[in-house]
Design a protein around this ligand. Structure first.
Ligand code: GLN
Length: 305
């Protein structure tokens, strides 16, 4: 396995040149465009990795999986899906059109920004600090890494430049889709996006999803089988934004990407995969990371379809 992963990194390193770093969050421009890494955790808990696997990056949209899980755990699936839909969009992850013209009140799904702002708003806690602790502690638990923390510079950069998310959130509030203080909700959203991980961390997270909610390395159940199923299904249909259909046809693995360059992919009953490559394609997905997943899927016959 290690040899296969090393070959994949080597073969795809050149592809990083064809994409670009995310620039709309200025701090993300500090990443190294050539970085590429992949980690696989099989369900016996074994870790295999190659390339730039210890490089840290912010979860960005991968954190949408965390807020969806916590929102369902706190509110039940009925209430969550009253507030946010479960249909894919053909639009970009931060699209305004999609909210304002097509559906008006409910964001299409929890994997686009508007949908994630809505699920983040549903997380219970007596204070904003408590809510963030909950997000952070959950992330630490499912990655088995207690050192995980927020990248403060990215958080500040997002908060300073996040006007599009501000627009989405105030629009949701005006339609009563979210309750509470909009700035507090946004602050929590920016913080969860700025949680810093590496490939191995997200591969571990994915291995829990692949294992129906049980941590492979300890046997502990952290989410129900049903929540794990719902999350993986939404990852298939919506996890790669408006490239989800193509990704399902060519790769066929439930996955969630983030503009920090990470992709978290969960192969049911088989393995968790974490990929990092901050050079992105036009849809905001890691360009070389997507290629690695394609080759890995072909090589090991990982498509669920
Ligand atoms: N923090 C980013 C944003 O809100 C997350 C988007 C992403 O990773 N696609 O725009």
């Amino acid at each position: 396995m290690k040899r296969l992963l090393e070959t994949l990194v080597e073969n795809n390193r050149e592809i990083t040149k064809k994409g670009n770093l995310a620039s709309y969050i200025p701090e993300l421009l500090n990443a190294d465009k050539n970085d590429l890494g992949v980690a696989v955790i099989t369900l016996d808990g074994k870790v295999h990795s190659a390339g730039d696997c210890s490089k840290k990056f912010t979860m960005q949209s991968i954190s949408k999986v965390v807020s969806l899980i916590l929102a369902i755990q706190d509110n039940g699936k009925e209430r969550v899906f009253e507030k946010v839909g479960m249909e894919p969009t053909g639009d970009s992850f931060n699209s305004i059109v999609n909210l304002e013209i097509k559906q008006k009140v409910k964001p299409y799904n929890p994997m686009i920004n508007a949908g994630a702002i809505a699920t983040t708003a549903l997380i219970y806690g007596v204070s904003e600090e408590e809510k963030f602790e909950k997000i952070l502690n959950f992330t630490r638990k499912v990655t088995g890494n207690n050192d995980i923390d927020i990248n403060k510079s990215v958080y500040k950069s997002e908060k300073l430049t996040g006007d599009r998310n501000r627009y989405l959130a105030y629009y949701l509030k005006s339609n009563n889709t979210i309750d509470g203080d909009v700035e507090d909700i946004l602050d929590l959203y920016f913080k969860q996006c700025s949680i810093e991980v590496n490939c191995i961390d997200i591969a571990k997270f994915a291995s829990m999803l692949a294992n129906d909610g049980i941590l492979p390395w300890s046997g502990e159940r952290v989410i129900s089988r049903e929540v794990s199923r719902i999350v993986k299904t939404i990852m298939v249909t919506c996890g790669m934004y408006d490239a989800s259909g193509k990704f399902a046809v060519h790769i066929g693995i439930p996955a969630k990407s983030g503009v920090g360059g990470g992709i978290m992919a969960a192969v049911p009953k088989r393995m968790g995969i974490g990929v990092y490559g901050p050079s992105l394609d036009k849809k905001g997905n890691s360009i070389a990371g997507t290629h690695i997943l394609k080759e890995l899927s072909d090589e090991l016959d990982l498509s669920i379809f």
